[in-house]
Design a protein around this ligand. Structure first.
Ligand SMILES: [Zn+2]
Length: 483
């Protein structure tokens, strides 16, 4: 979950109480959209009879269903536990060639890629025999799929590119390559093979579907809507229809928005936010971007979309005296109700959410929730001082959480457990950074992108397993904070 709520009056209360309330609302990610257009971001949204109940930073709410237009579920962290949004559409399964099962068997055997075999096929293919070229395509596709199953997306991309040097017009190779770029948020790179594929097959619904994904990811709603409409005309598909509806909603909502753009961000905002505030937010985000770029040794390949909302509804309904919050569903969505400048709370929110974008993209969307939330909290400047005592005490009673259990979604966690999950994740990240510096986090994210499991990423980076890291975390809290 990439929601982070800041509730200033609560923050001034006793630290541990503040912490728990904060984390309860941090579990929030679903948005209840009311028929009057107002939006409430909340946790544990449940439909019961004719009412919808949920938790907000101001407590539990129950709203009559009759005033609710829809509930937008934020899937972040659901199954993958990743920091990036679910793709808007799924990737079509396209085999570059069929009927070369023998080639597949000879390309990958004994859990290894047979490179000698592939290079023999490649030298045969230099004769330009169509069958030899098809075999090369089949071999590289098999090798790429094998590497993907191991999480090595970059090497898989290399195989498709190599195959395309032999079979440049192979639709299966072009589509599979574009999907890998899309999964890495490299939307411009994805457009190259897709444009080539369109020249070969102008009426391909798959090409239009994937182009829609590329434009959607690149925040070009007009083009996304155009492509998905085209896909629907060629071949109706409920999934594309759903994505199209969402893109049309975003497009309509954002048409009245003004835009600001810097090197790394595309920012949209309604008239309610002042151009000065928008400029100030972009300025802060650019500073944060440079900082995260150097700390995490990573540069997101595409501009990041940021949307500023002015939404009186939240304050009305929750009666929260002052609040700001955000979600990151691939784009950073920030309510800036009543703000005219970047307050320190808003600055924390921006850094936190931008960190989610970096962590999600650098780990290819595979970072578990505890890594996402631990790193995001650390980067925004939060430290474990207020929660250390409680966690050490739990550990003393044998009740400390375990990181391994915090990989997936935290949506189902009861509120107390969510608070502990946030605190413990921060503590683990802090202990890693204390032991080996931020560069260990950077290397860990690289390893997460390619390792078959989180535990093997830990071993590859820190030479420890989950049990070691749990121990290290408690020992760190004890020595650093508990006297
Ligand atoms: Zn978060």
């Amino acid at each position: 979950m990439t929601a982070a709520w800041y509730y200033s009056s609560v923050r001034r209360a006793a630290p541990i109480v503040a912490f728990i309330l904060l984390a309860v609302s941090s579990a929030a990610a679903d948005t209840i959209v009311l028929k009057n257009g107002r939006r409430i971001v909340a946790a544990n949204v449940v439909e019961e009879g004719d009412r919808v109940s949920c938790e907000t930073s101001a407590g539990k709410l129950s709203i009559p269903k009759s005033i609710v237009a829809r509930i937008e579920r934020d899937n972040f962290g659901s199954s993958s536990g990743s920091g990036s949004a679910e793709p808007p559409v799924s990737a079509p399964q396209v085999e570059p060639v069929r009927g070369y099962n023998d080639v597949a068997r000879l390309t990958v055997h004994d859990n290894l890629i047979d490179f000698a075999y592939i290079s023999r096929l490649e030298s045969d293919a230099r004769s330009n025999s169509p069958v030899a070229i098809e075999k090369v395509a089949a071999a590289h596709h098999t090798a790429a799929q094998f590497l993907l199953s191991k999480g090595d997306i970059n090497s898989a991309i290399d195989h498709y590119r190599q195959a395309l040097s032999f079979a440049p017009d192979n639709m299966g190779l072009l589509l599979n390559l574009s999907v890998l770029y899309l999964r890495q948020s490299q939307f411009s790179n994805a457009l190259d093979p897709l444009e080539h594929a369109r020249r070969i097959s102008p009426d391909s619904a798959d090409v239009a579907k994937l182009m829609g994904w590329a434009y959607y990811g690149a925040n070009k709603m007009d083009r996304a809507v155009e492509e998905w409409n085209r896909a629907e005309r060629i071949q109706p598909d409920p999934e594309v229809e759903h994505a199209l509806e969402k893109a049309q909603r975003d497009k309509a909502e954002e048409e009245s928005y003004r835009e600001g753009e810097t090197a790394h961000f595309v920012l949209k905002y309604t008239g309610g936010a002042t151009p000065d505030l928008a400029r100030a937010i972009l300025h802060v985000l650019e500073d944060d971007f440079r900082d995260l770029e150097s700390q995490l040794d990573y540069t997101p390949p595409e501009p990041i979309g940021v949307i500023l909302y002015t939404d009186q509804a939240f304050a009305d309904i929750t009666r929260a005296p002052s609040w700001a919050g955000a979600i990151n569903d691939g784009r950073i969505r920030v309510p800036v109700q009543g703000l005219s400048s970047v307050t320190s709370d808003l600055a924390h929110v921006l850094k936190h959410e931008l960190t989610h974008s970096f962590v999600g993209q650098k780990s290819h969307g595979r970072a578990p929730t505890w890594v996402q939330e631990g790193v995001a909290q650390w980067m925004e400047g939060r430290r474990s001082n207020s929660a250390a005592g409680a966690i050490v005490e739990m550990a003393g009673q044998g009740q400390a959480p375990r990181l391994e259990q915090l990989e997936g979604s935290w949506l189902g966690l009861p509120s107390g457990a969510a608070a502990i999950a946030y605190a413990y994740s921060l503590a683990a990240v802090e202990s890693i950074i204390q032991a080996g510096g931020v560069s260990d986090i950077s290397r860990l994210l690289d390893n997460i992108a390619t390792a078959p499991s989180m535990e093997s990423a830990l071993r590859g980076t820190l030479h420890s397993d989950y049990a070691d890291l749990d121990q290290q975390t408690i020992a760190y809290l004890r020595s650093e904070y508990v006297h």
